[in-house]
Design a binder for this molecule. Sequence first.
Ligand SMILES: NC(=O)c1ccc[n+]([C@@H]2O[C@H](COP(=O)([O-])OP(=O)(O)OC[C@H]3O[C@@H](n4cnc5c(N)ncnc54)[C@H](OP(=O)(O)O)[C@@H]3O)[C@@H](O)[C@H]2O)c1
Length: 253
Amino acid sequence: MDLGLRGKRALVTGATKGIGRAIVDLLAAEGCDIALCARSEDEVESAVREVKTKGVNVSGGAVNVRDADAYKAWLERSVSELGGCDIFIPNVSAGGGMDSEKNWWKCFEVDVLHTVRGCEFLVPHLEKSGHGSIVIISSTNALETFYAPMAYNAMKAALITYSKQLSQFIGRKNIRVNTVSPGPIYFEGGAWEMIKSTNQKMYDATLRAMPNGRFGGPDEIAKVVAFLASPSASVITGSNVVADNGYTKRVQY
Ligand SMILES: NC(=O)c1ccc[n+]([C@@H]2O[C@H](COP(=O)([O-])OP(=O)(O)OC[C@H]3O[C@@H](n4cnc5c(N)ncnc54)[C@H](OP(=O)(O)O)[C@@H]3O)[C@@H](O)[C@H]2O)c1
């Protein structure tokens, strides 16, 4: 199936490793030009070099999305370098962690504000595309209780509500907005590898909750995101797609 992604221009935040990196690899393989960012300059440079081997235009920026001015400058530069924007995938998260007030602010600024700022800046460009698509990365932590009342879980829930309301608000501009909620995803250098080495009990309990006895991988989430981002998903907007390997236990009607 041809998803219709060839020639589309995609901005993806947090794309040097894990799910974000799998997304840019797949979108580039499908013929999208890419603008990506992350904080580490070295990792941005090597990601740009590697993704370019797929024969598309790739630009990168070493930017902390929490820094509003630097982030806006990256958005502006990316749109100018790609000559527009058809797809936006805000993927960066501050992650889980201690539930201090400081952490709540960090999670709000990174998870929520970077998404909102990116959408607000890019909507006029996505409108010009005629097939604009925003895919926001949430988490199953927003949908079911997960260990403790963490800012991460609440911010991921906020993203789902924001996405739904934005989809109604800008639908007439031919921009679709969806969220993907991955369950636990294992990759080298990722959070679950760290949990495996520091909290074997939590890791084992999580694995036991997977009906097929394995974690999902970033490439499996990337396929879901690429479909939603593509014109092939033209009828899907305002949805939250749960991609969790059966980890959550509620019935979804
Ligand atoms: N892994 C899972 O099990 C899982 C499950 C559900 C949902 N998710 C969601 O999926 C998304 C990706 O998570 P992941 O686990 O694949 O990757 P990750 O380990 O969270 O890293 C993702 C990327 O974000 C960059 N990054 C982190 N903070 C940044 C910041 N402030 N500004 C700019 N870039 C930043 C990292 O590079 P630098 O460190 O160089 O900045 C890296 O390229 C997140 O939204 C996460 O909440 C993950």
